[in-house]
Design a protein around this ligand. Structure first.
Ligand SMILES: [Zn+2]
Length: 487
């Protein structure tokens, strides 16, 4: 009797669970066509490569005339006042009123793991002895204050106007801490979405130069399975010397910490964080994380390089994705040595897109494949970030440029027309001509061989690794050299 009753109860429970999930599934898959609502980005859509979508939804590259398109010109003009007002927002809104001087940590030294506490608390618990160091370093910027003027002027960067008279480097106030000029430190960002006691802060590395200059931000692993960027940021940041740096470099090697820990591209709720920027305070988990990162960290940036890799077993030539119709972004791309630059306007919700909208010059760097550490790609990334900092007058290292000019590409993806096993005949970086066979899709049952041909002449800037594919799978990314507005 009791058994039957329990069985009944169990069935009822099962039914409840089943109906629950049946109701939930259509809700998830509903409104697929509604692009405007990013808060409900769908799992089905996310299965597609960001880079494929990104390119195919991109507005065409406008040739020659740097058209003063109303929208973008407005945003760039607005940017200064926006930034001025926004600069205060993160500090006053999301952070404790008291800013502790951040300990001066030599980033080249092995550090203890960040303490699992709120940013402000972790600061108070940092070892005291380093504080006097930080203060001791303070006079340095004044002593060397004259240097950046020449360095920056030579490069004709937009900061040149401000730098004509020697300017002192200032403290950087972020995440509840004050980072003095000429020091480097580790801060922690907590999006405050977890159980407070279990909250795990995301490390943020900051180098505040002894000399004034722009703020460069580097973000890695927004997709938790994209590893090359983490190492690119580590090498770049740990190579900086605060007393020789003009400006600040803010690096978040692993933005999507939960995804990284699970080897997953997505957030724990299966959402793609890179479709939710600039985020909101009352939206989904992804919206809240995006908002917190954007307000507390990204708003401090003048320039942003968001580092990604190909996804879904696709690999990329080291390349930048940039909206070349935006003159400021186009100018930024000229600082990257030996990087192909692929025009892409970006999609709403992407970090790069949201940052550009907020007046922050931004590009996405794509380097290699997900779930792998690739030395060649990492070196290329570190090299081009070094050249960027040199070009922007932030460091002076007698950088030797590889190619005098970056090569700009317009691009298209070529998709498999049949399902089967993909065998490539071409290689990443290869030059191909229209009609050339790039690879075959072989049907293991019928023995049919379906060739995939290039539709235009150009270079293979991204491609799928050999694998089982379905019809419609984006297999080859062919870049065609393009003229760049304003050249
Ligand atoms: Zn990515």
């Amino acid at each position: 009797m009791l058994y039957r009753w329990l069985t009944h109860l169990f069935r009822a429970g099962l039914m409840f669970t089943l109906t629950g999930s049946l109701v939930a599934i259509p809700a998830v898959y509903a409104n697929k066509s509604d692009d405007s609502d990013n808060t409900e980005m769908l799992v089905a859509e996310l299965a597609e490569d960001e880079s494929v979508e990104d390119v195919e939804h991109s507005e065409p590259l406008r040739s020659s005339e740097p058209k003063k398109n109303s929208g973008k010109a407005d945003t760039t003009q607005k940017s200064d006042e926006e930034l001025a007002s926004q600069d205060k927002t993160p500090d006053s809104m999301a952070e404790p009123a008291v800013e502790e001087v951040a300990p001066n940590v030599d980033l080249k030294e092995v550090a203890p793991p960040p303490k699992p506490a709120e940013p402000a608390e972790s600061k108070t618990s940092e070892p005291e002895p380093s504080k006097p160091d930080a203060t001791a370093d303070q006079p340095k910027p004044t002593a060397q204050g004259a240097d950046p003027a020449t360095a920056t002027d030579d490069n004709g960067v937009e900061e040149s106007a401000e730098v004509t008279e020697p300017e002192k480097a200032t403290s950087l106030k972020m995440l509840g801490a004050e980072v003095l000029p000429g020091t480097s430190t580790r801060l922690a960002w907590s999006p405050a979405i977890q159980i407070a006691g279990l909250s795990q802060p995301t490390p943020v590395l900051v180098v505040n130069g002894a000399k004034p200059g722009p703020n460069l931000c580097l973000t890695g692993a927004v997709h938790g399975d994209e590893l090359n960027g983490i190492e690119i940021i580590r090498r770049t940041m740990y190579d900086l010397e605060p007393d020789k740096l003009s400006g600040r470099v803010i690096g978040i090697p692993i933005v999507n910490l939960p995804g990284f820990q699970q080897g997953s591209r997505y957030l724990p709720d299966r959402r793609d964080l890179n479709r939710h920027f600039p985020g909101s305070t009352d939206g989904s988990l992804a919206d809240r994380i995006a908002h917190s990162l954007f307000e507390n960290v990204i708003r401090h940036c003048d320039m942003l390089v968001d580092i990604h890799t190909g996804s879904l077993k696709r690999t990329n030539l080291p390349q930048l994705r940039a909206d070349m119709n935006n003159p400021e972004v186009a100018e930024l791309t000229r600082g990257f040595d030996r990087m192909a630059v692929v025009h892409s306007t970006g999609t709403t919700g992407m970090l790069r897109h949201a940052a550009v909208e907020a007046g922050i010059r931004s590009v996405t760097m794509e380097a290699g494949e997900s779930l792998r550490i690739q030395e060649h790609q990492i070196k290329a990334g570190v090299n081009s970030l070094t050249s960027l900092m040199d070009k922007e007058g932030m460091i002076s290292r007698m950088f030797v440029w590889g190619d005098p000019e970056p090569v700009y590409y317009d691009s298209e993806w070529i998709r498999a027309e049949h399902g089967g096993i993909l065998f490539s005949e071409t290689k990443l970086g290869a030059k191909v001509s229209e009609g050339e066979i790039l690879g075959y899709v072989s049907d293991p049952i019928t023995n049919a061989q379906h060739p995939i041909r290039a539709r235009s002449s150009g270079r293979i800037i991204g491609m799928a690794v050999d694998q089982v594919v379905m019809a419609g799978f984006a297999a080859y990314h062919v870049g065609t050299e393009a003229e760049v507005p304003g050249e």
